[in-house]
Every structure is written in structure tokens, then in C-alpha cells.
Design a protein around this ligand. Sequence first.
Ligand code: PLP
Length: 401
Amino acid sequence: MSSKQREPGFSTLCIHGKKHLDKHESDRPIRAVSTPIFQSSTFAFENVAHGAAVFRGEDPSYVYTRLGNPTQTALETELAYLERGEAALALSSGMAAATTAVLTCCRHGEHIVSGDTLYGGTHQLFTQTLPRMGIEVTEVPADDPQNFANAITDKTRLIYLESPANPTLVLTDIGAVAEIAHAKGIPVLVDNTFCTPYLQNPLELGADIVLHSATKYIGGHGDTVAGILVGKQDWIMTARMEILRDVGGCISPFNAWLLLRGLKTLPVRMDRHMESALEVAQFLSYHPKVSEVIYPGLKTHPQHDLAARQQRGFGGMISFMVEGGRAAGEIVMDNVKLCTLAVSLGDVDTLIEHPASMTHSTYGEDELRTVGIDPAMVRLSVGLENVKDIIADLRQALAKC
Ligand code: PLP
């Protein structure tokens, strides 16, 4: 038999060929300016002993992208830093982040106190899905920290709030709630989606966990669904190795990369969102057909002072009501041409929507009124178009009422 080495077959070369090409490349430094996308689901071990050490948690090598991936790590490192936290966990959506956070903190028979105005999906999780799993949630008006104190029981394991809340823009005094919660050893989670780390750092205000629907301002371009948790190293490790591992809401490396790209322009975009939002809010508040404008940057907002103290800016979200109520609001939403009638927010595009029938349709009619989501409310996410064009579009739509 010939000792000549067999040429690999064509199908083997299709799979392993690149390794031969790479042979002479391995010493060449890469120094990519944009973080590379590690589009790999799995990572090789040196030998069985190495694999076993990784599984025992004694070696930090990557194993499998559900648990970690270099592109995810780059994003997590960046967000932990921006949110002034020890560690972060990137997930497939804001709701995956909420579910992972809740399941990390609570078991069957335990309890959460949350603000009563939440993104409608979170409200659904709290009032429908978690109770089926034996986790009860008490939702309280979030503008008074004492309401959180009054709802805490000996089973409470988490305080959960959005500040500013979607879509009412009600703020919570995060420091005051953290003080109340910490006196009872309970962690506080703040959904910081509306502010982003550019405008607010809940951990510095006393919170323990920060959540983002990174789908919104962090991604910023309406092309990615993703979520982020930031907190203490140990807590993030438990969330990753117990809940993410079992529930599986991992982010794809490509989506992690899109968020890294979005982060590069976050401050520039937020500055413009805010500048335009203030101008649009002022336009709306002087418009005779608009009965109410809710924007924390307006001096008329009841929590303007808290917003100025707690945040480094007022954000790009506005809610408003049109004279004539829900029907009149629908005329505006049906007649905008530049603004897009769509849910989500924080995009370069200006998005307009009706919370009562869309994002917050998980609240019953009575619940909507109790928590202050007027059925006539219109929510506007002010985008990055020329603000004069946004205002002209709203003016022509309001003229149709
Ligand atoms: N938190 C807030 C404030 C939101 O507005 C949303 C979605 O709109 C979520 C969480 C859920 O995020 P996702 O849609 O990325 O799952």
C-alpha cells in the first residue's frame, strides 16, 4: 500500500478546506476596527479534559452560543460599562430579558411589586403568565415610592419599574424606591428603555438591575429585536447559567453586532431625538386641537423636576390627546404621511401608535383608566427626520380632525 497521504475528498474540502487556506494566515494580526461577527454556534475544545474543565466552570472558554459568544461578549462588556454595572447579559428580546430577570429572582410562591404602567407585553407577563407559574405580581401607581412600600410582603423578591413608563411617561423616584426595597433586602429592577444609558443610569441611582429593550434606541434603526440585563457579576452569572441556559432566549451574533453598531451613534441620535421631541411637544401644546401633551421636558409635566434631577435629558417619546377623544386621535393616526403608523419606538423613523388598541391592548378598558392610559392617548416616538417635516405632517393630519 502507498504511504502517500490521501487527498481529502471534495465534500471534506468543502467543510474543512478553509483550515488549509488559513494555515499561512494564522500569524497575521487582524485588528478589525468593527467588532467581527462570530457567526458560530459551537466552539472546539482542545481535548476531552479541556471540555470537561469548561463544563465544570474551571475554564472560561466559549462552548456554545446560547451561553456565550465573542460578539455577544463585546456587546455585554460595552453595555455593562455604559450602565456602570459589573456585568451584562444580552438576550433575544426585551421580553426575554424580562422573563429571564424575573425567573432569576423569583420562584413558585413568591411575589413581585411593579409599577402599574408598563409596556403591555410586560403587563401580560405579570398578570397572565407568571400567575400560572405561581408567581404573583402587585402593580401599584409608580409616582409615589410609598405605594411600593405598602405592597411589599414577606414573599416579595423583586421590585420592577419603568421610568419613564410606557406610554404615560410617569416617572418613579428610583433612589427612594431603592431605599425602601433595600431596607427589606429586595432588589430593584429598572426598565431603562426610554432613557438609554445616555440619559439615565439606574444603578447609580440605587437600582440593582437594569433592563433594556435594545430593540429601541440602542439598536435605533428598526432592524433588530433584542434585550439587555445589567447587574452584579454573580446575579448575571446565575441569569446566564440557570435561566438563559434552560429557557434559551439568546441573542444571535449578528443582532449583537447590529447593537454594537447602533451604540456607536447612540449619543448623537439621542441628542437629536430630544431636540426634535421638545420642538414637537411645544408645537402640540400650542395646537388648538390638542387637549393634552405629556412630555417630561415640558415645565407643565407634573414630574418635570424629578426628570431634570434623575435624568440627563428628557428623551424622544411624547404622548398626547386630541380634542374629540379617541375618534379624533384615530383621524390623526390615519392621516399622517411622514410619520409611520407602527408600534416600537426609538427608531430613526418617527413612529405613531395607539396604545389602547395596540401596545397596551393587554390592559382591559377599566385597567387602562385606572393606570392613566387614556383610551384617546396617541404615542409618538420622534425620529431623526427634519423636525420641520415632522411638525408639518402632524399639522396636516390634525387639520383633518
Ligand atoms: N420594555 C419596554 C419599555 C418596551 O417598550 C418594550 C417593547 O415595546 C419591551 C420592554 C419589550 O421589548 P421587546 O419588544 O424587545 O421584547
